[in-house]
Design a binder for this molecule. Structure first.
Ligand code: ADP
Ligand code: MG
Length: 139
């Protein structure tokens, strides 16, 4: 099924100026970037975006990291885009991510792990709507 998913190129990758390299992997994998913008999240926005993790031990450091510099938020479109993007991103911890995945290639650590991708069709809907209005998405 043709789906849309929300991707974030995280501050570690923006800081290293490798957003084009990440986008190239996304496109080479067959996904289409149908919306994209560069933003600097506020603490409030990051806390709201990651609210499902608010009781986790890493929540404060996650919010600190995600607000430490600009990010690229983007909408990806393709066949089974939600689960397919999770696959090409690789595991949360780059140490155990599969060869050839974005995180295996670029991530620095379990927290500075280069990309975010929605984890279900339901979260993809919420997360795309969090950053984009329909008029900003063009396929
Ligand atoms: P994913 O991004 O793979 O969906 P989670 O939703 O579980 O992973 O976690 C959200 C983000 O929080 C991760 O991408 C990572 O940046 C950070 N994170 C997760 N687990 C840890 C951890 N144990 N220590 C530090 N940061 C973590
Ligand atoms: Mg997640």
């Amino acid at each position: 099924m043709l789906e849309r998913t929300l991707s974030i190129i995280k501050p570690d990758a923006v800081e290293r100026n490798i957003t084009g390299k990440v986008n190239a992997m996304i496109e080479e994998a067959g996904l289409r970037i149908v919306a994209q913008k560069r933003i600097h999240l506020t603490v409030k926005q990051a806390e709201e975006f990651y609210r499902e993790h608010k009781d986790k031990a890493f929540f404060t450091s996650l919010v600190d990291f995600m607000t430490s510099g600009p990010v690229i938020v983007q909408v990806l479109e393709g066949e089974d885009a939600v689960s397919y993007y999770r696959k090409i991103m690789g595991a949360t911890n780059p140490a155990i991510a599969e060869e050839g995945t974005i995180r295996k290639t670029f991530a620095l650590s379990i927290d500075k792990n280069t990309v975010h991708g929605s984890d279900s069709i339901e979260s993809a809907k919420r997360e795309v709507g969090f950053f984009f209005s329909e008029i900003e998405i063009c396929d």
